[in-house]
Design a protein around this ligand. Structure first.
Ligand code: GLU
Length: 379
């Protein structure tokens, strides 16, 4: 079923994952500059409309292999890592040039699994990306393959892109690769195979359609794309698996070109709030005054000034309960400060935070996007 407006057209924050096979010529290992140029013109169009774009790009290992003259497929982990290290320089340079031609600033970010999992690093990565987006730059992200050994790496950029999309509360994720979408069966062996254009739930039937085919150059197959879809849908993100081989693939998607859309049931903010509300054991409690309770009820953030006391042991990013003057749990949210710093700034104006802590922290103790009112919540 074709949707009238593509989720890509309406999205505010978009993550675009580019597979190695699109960017690097399998024949000679060269970077496909013309293809990249066309893609970047697509991206420039999205940005001109006010949409924020993050790129997750593979290709470092493939490019590095050529430079180092490695023969394919037989590499040891450390050779792959050496290839990634050499190739990443070329990759970053290619993006800088291509985006620069459209007067867009490129920013490179290399992440590891821990950056998307461990709370403190997660918040740092999220803040850096948000800052870059605010400044109009396009972050170009890849896994830090040079330091990530097999046990601590995501391994494929499909899932990495979904984790990044979820981490930065993107509303749309596009996986561009050399497949046109999810087929009902293998198009190579079955002429009747068709692309499923819309998936709202990953059922056992959908799983059965995925045969685990691995692409020759990158690491992802349909299996990792489905795993990415699970992460995306759970975070309220629309995700498409689309053919990137033609020039201007994003335009094609927007114009209703055939691809597979994974459609979530909740919005990103709603999914995030549901996740916060469902925290089994909030790490701390913040008692607030009547003024703060009123502000929260009208959808505002929680400022340090309205907090009367803080209990518990928590870090930045942990879930805490917010207790009303009547002693009931009014809300839950992710604290922007750990318990020690929270103790120091409660009851104070946000403009005093810098003088008290010695650095300019967040104005809010809990930002409204990280806060959920508990009334009527089914946890
Ligand atoms: N991070 C790897 C690279 O840049 C690619 C992983 C993948 O193909 O998904 O070469």
């Amino acid at each position: 079923m074709a949707t009238l407006t593509s989720p890509l057209s309406g999205a505010k924050r978009i993550v675009i994952k580019i597979g190695s096979s699109l960017l690097v010529d399998p024949e000679n290992g060269e970077l496909k500059n013309d293809w990249l140029k066309a893609l970047v013109s697509d991206i420039a169009r999205l940005k001109a409309r006010g949409q924020e774009v993050v790129i997750v790009s593979s290709g470092a290992i493939a490019l590095g292999r050529r430079v180092l003259n490695f023969k394919p497929a037989t590499l040891k982990l450390e050779e792959d890592q050496a290839a990634a290290s050499v190739g990443q320089v070329h990759l970053a340079h290619a993006y800088q040039e291509a985006l620069g031609r459209e007067e867009i600033i490129a920013a490179q970010i290399l992440v590891t699994l821990g950056d998307t999992e461990e709370r403190r690093r997660y918040l740092n990565a999220r803040n850096t990306i948000a800052t870059l987006l605010r400044l109009g730059a396009v972050p170009v992200i890849n896994e830090n393959d040079t330091v990530a050994t097999s046990e601590i790496r995501v391994g494929d950029n499909d899932r990495l892109a979904a984790r990044v999309a979820s981490m930065i509360s993107a509303d749309c994720l596009i996986l561009l690769s050399n497949v046109a979408g999810l087929y009902t069966s293998s198009p190579e062996t079955n002429e009747e195979a068709e692309i499923v254009t819309q998936i709202t739930q990953i059922t056992p039937e959908i799983e059965a359609m995925v045969s685990g085919n691995i692409s020759a150059m990158g690491r992802g197959g349909m299996g990792t794309k489905l795993a990415a879809a699970r992460i995306a849908m759970g975070s309220g993100i629309h995700m498409a698996v689309a053919d990137g081989r033609e020039a201007n693939p994003l335009q094609a998607i927007e114009q209703g070109g055939i691809c597979t859309w994974f459609v979530p049931t909740a919005t990103p903010v709603a999914a995030r709030k549901k996740w916060i509300a469902a925290t089994l054991e909030p790490r701390g409690r913040m008692k607030i005054d009547a003024g703060a309770a009123k502000a929260l009820n009208s959808g505002k953030s929680l400022l340090p000034a309205g907090i009367v006391s803080v209990e518990g042991k928590f870090d930045r990013g942990d879930t805490v309960s917010i207790i009303s003057p009547q002693g009931v749990e009014l809300a839950r949210g992710l604290s922007a400060y750990d318990e020690c710093n929270a103790q120091l700034i409660i009851g104070h104006k946000s403009s005093d935070i810098e003088a008290i802590l010695g650095y300019r922290g967040r104005t809010e103790m809990i930002h409204r996007d990280d806060l959920v009112l508990m009334k009527g919540q089914v946890t």
